[in-house]
Design a protein around this ligand. Structure first.
Ligand code: TRP
Length: 325
């Protein structure tokens, strides 16, 4: 039986942090065994909230791909950059006629982003973010889209656009489904969402000293002031990291924290060590790729060829269905 196709993308944010790893990358690595996976860098999407992001796209893309490969993404897969497959842009244009502005304004993810940006006006391309995402997904006829919860509304819009196209022109597109990442969000060091702009992150490429320094600053249970005080692991950010990167000791740490036997200083040292150990093989592979950047470019060139072949075939079908183009 033919494998189902998966497509997923990340905006080029440069080196990835633990939140990116637990929320997406780890899952991508697992999925490549079972599915026909396409993974890409959504560089046009990066411009929707900041057009000057263009200047950082190249370097951030290389750093991010190094992280993907270091984490075990198979370099033989179609790995590519959105802006090098221009067909996405044409399909985006065609799709932009198949959805209303009112529908796009109802998108909860957009509303949240606009609230965070604190701006009075909305960039046209930002409103159309999910329309471009629909083009990304449908041009490869993906069946499944592994994303976090915040992206589920975009997959829903993708399904609506696919239905609309199929109904008006001809049945070209499958209706893709969301494949939600199961692991709960890893909090940042301060308990907010881990993110570059929040300055509360640990990078998967951070050296052990840096990890130790950052974990030392992490917010634990505010009621546990000194060793001996009983702690509440369920409100502690460091405990979440233990659950993820040190599952063998989770129960013991919970017990010792709650009873007060375990203080935060020692607990954090242990946690930092476990995170550093977990990513040791990644750091080693990263050094290799940093010294073989030509391989990164080869992976992207080959990936682009594979992606383009599929995208062009879909666009032929689109043109035929529309009797134009
Ligand atoms: N919007 C996604 C994010 O912010 C990135 C993305 C762009 C994407 N196009 C996609 C994800 C297509 C999955 C499929 O994370």
């Amino acid at each position: 039986m033919q494998k189902k196709r998966i497509l997923s993308g990340m905006r080029p944010s440069g080196r990835l942090h633990l939140g990116n790893y637990a929320g997406a990358l780890e899952n991508w690595v697992k999925l490549q065994e079972e599915y026909d996976c396409f993974y890409f860098v959504a560089d046009w999407h990066a411009l929707t909230t900041n057009p000057s992001a263009a200047f950082e796209v190249k370097e951030n893309t290389v750093q991010m791909i190094i992280d993907w490969l270091s984490a075990g993404i198979n370099p033989e897969l179609p790995i590519f950059v959105q802006s090098s497959v221009k067909e996405h842009a044409e399909l985006h244009l065609i799709f932009s006629m198949l959805i209303t502005k009112e529908r796009l304004e109802r998108n909860p993810t957009l509303k949240e982003q606009i609230r965070d940006l604190n701006a009075e006006t909305t960039i046209y391309g930002h409103l159309g973010y999910p329309v471009l995402q629909a083009a990304d997904i449908l041009i490869y006829k993906a069946n499944l889209v592994p994303v976090g919860e915040d992206q589920a509304p975009h997959v829903e819009i993708t399904r609506e656009i696919a239905r609309k196209f199929n109904q008006i022109y001809a049945p070209v597109f499958p209706e893709p489904e969301t494949k939600l990442t199961t692991f709960a969000r890893l909090p940042g060091l301060d308990g907010r969402k881990m993110g570059k702009s929040n300055n509360n992150f640990i990078l998967i490429s951070d050296p052990p000293e840096e990890i130790a320094k950052k974990v030392r600053m992490a917010v634990t249970d505010p009621q546990k002031v000194r060793k001996g005080d009983p702690g509440r692991p369920d409100v502690c950010n460091v405990f979440k990291y233990h659950q993820k990167f040190n599952p063998e000791e989770e129960l013991q740490i919970r017990k010792d924290c709650e009873s007060g036997v375990l203080g935060c200083v020692v607990c954090k040292q242990n946690c930092a060590q476990k995170i550093a150990d977990f990513f040791a093989p990644f750091r080693e592979k990263r050094v290799y790729y940093e010294n073989h950047l030509d391989e990164i470019h080869d992976v992207l060139n080959e990936g682009t060829k594979k992606a383009k072949a599929v995208a062009q075939k879909t666009m032929d079908e689109v043109h035929k269905a529309m009797k134009m183009g």
